[in-house]
Ligand binder design. Structure first.
Ligand SMILES: [Zn+2]
Length: 102
């Protein structure tokens, strides 16, 4: 997983934050029995959307090829189809721009 020539620790960290933000954003689904009503329906999802948005922006802007600085996460989400973008990002072995591998 994640064979592209990028900063793996930073990329995986931001992916974990993105998933965490997504879980918080889905609080109305899982949190209503665990949290007070307005917290589950309003505050936690809002925090989740902000956290996920920042992580997504970080991934798009900061995950770059070590060799040519091409934005690889941006390529995955913007240039490839929605079905295989993330799969491609996690399994590709070569930068599509300069063909460098990790
Ligand atoms: Zn490259």
């Amino acid at each position: 997983m994640l064979w592209l020539p990028v900063n793996k620790v930073g990329t995986l960290g931001m992916l974990v934050i993105l998933v965490f933000g997504g879980i918080l954003a889905a609080a109305p689904v899982w949190g209503q029995s665990l949290l007070p009503g307005h917290t589950a329906l309003l505050e936690v999802p809002m925090v989740g959307v902000v956290v996920a948005g920042l992580a997504f922006a970080g991934l798009c802007g900061l995950v770059r090829c070590r060799h040519c600085r091409y934005r690889l996460f941006w390529h995955a989400v913007a240039r490839r189809s929605h079905e295989d973008g993330i799969t491609w990002f996690l399994t590709a072995r070569q930068c599509p721009q300069c063909h460098a591998s990790a």
